[in-house]
Design a protein around this ligand. Sequence first.
Ligand SMILES: CC(C)C[C@H](NC(=O)C[C@H](N)C(=O)O)C(=O)O
Ligand SMILES: [Zn+2]
Ligand SMILES: [Zn+2]
Length: 383
Amino acid sequence: MIKLVKNVEVFSPNFLGKKDILIAGSKIVVIEDFINVDSLPVEKIDGSGLIAVPGFIDSHVHIAGGGGEGGFKTRTPGIVFSDLVKAGITTVVGCLGTDGVTRNLKDLYAKAKSLEEEGINTYIYSGSYRVPLITFTGNLIEDFILIDKVIGAGEIAVSDHRSSQPSVDELKRIVADARVGGILSNKAGIVNIHVGDGKSMLDILYEVVETTEIPVTQFLPTHINRNKKLFEEGLNYAKIGGFVDFTTSVGDLLEEDLQAWKAVKIYIENGFENQVTMSSDGQGSLPKFNEKGQFIGLGIGKVSSVMEQFKSAVKNGVPFEKILKAITQNPAKILKLSSKGVIAPGKDADILLFNSDLNLDSVLCMGKLLMSKEQILVKGTFE
Ligand SMILES: CC(C)C[C@H](NC(=O)C[C@H](N)C(=O)O)C(=O)O
Ligand SMILES: [Zn+2]
Ligand SMILES: [Zn+2]
């Protein structure tokens, strides 16, 4: 099927101006000021007054559910397909968290396949919080080579009372295997690190980088906006070239000024606009423990928070194309999703259309319309 998006302001994330975008199948093929296809059977989408941006990439979602830190009744449900569509998320990376026992990788894989059949792009991380890592094949390198959806390992917990207290040698082996697994399978081999509230913060990552040949870019540490000290330490980590991911779901758990959009703004002002990303921790639990380590309650991560933080950034004057990079081009590069994250000929047709008051009007994923004129066109199987 050929589609033509007419007369739309394009932020690729860089601003391209008012353009026509020709889509054939799942790919963007031509972007020009004016494309005339009157002789062809083309589905026209009127982009007048609308803004086109790349589909959002959420690098950290507990798509099959998570939680459990308050006992069985606090196990969270898996993600509902249209929640992702409404959040403008066209690519998601699924992960396991604290509970790597009742949650397992086969279930995570099956949920990723389910979401893919329902209409969005999905990938997964091998592993969970704990070391030794749970894997599909018993060997992380083999997971990369044999399981197409595996693009990384995580979320591996450090500096957290719920972690497995991994040694630096254990983490070295994991990141070494992820690197080689990624190289052999032409994938990112990224290691998604859950950083907790512990005082050791990013120390173990510095130690791995300082005592091996492995580049700091092999890691994607997340939750860096979870407390002020970690937020500050992340700036030093970015200075050595590290990537930093901020969690969008924690708004009500943090002091006001640690919301993801503000963290991104400050990192951009410090020159790290190509090293920052935002992810939702959707369907993950957001547990609270008191200073004695006692569980006092929990919330649930929401994928909608990516869209909320994006809008907050724009409303607070963060340049459109800069906050966009944090949820499109940057995660695409870090996750080595080379056909994603940018609106350009040859890239996948994952495109969001916003109207002038920044409400999501349409969602195209691999060239298929999932939402149009603010109406969901494609729902999940049981929605
Ligand atoms: C960033 C903070 C607020 C939330 C964060 N969530 C997870 O890591 C996921 C959760 N443990 C799960 O397994 O579902 C946390 O618990 O520290
Ligand atoms: Zn986490
Ligand atoms: Zn998580």
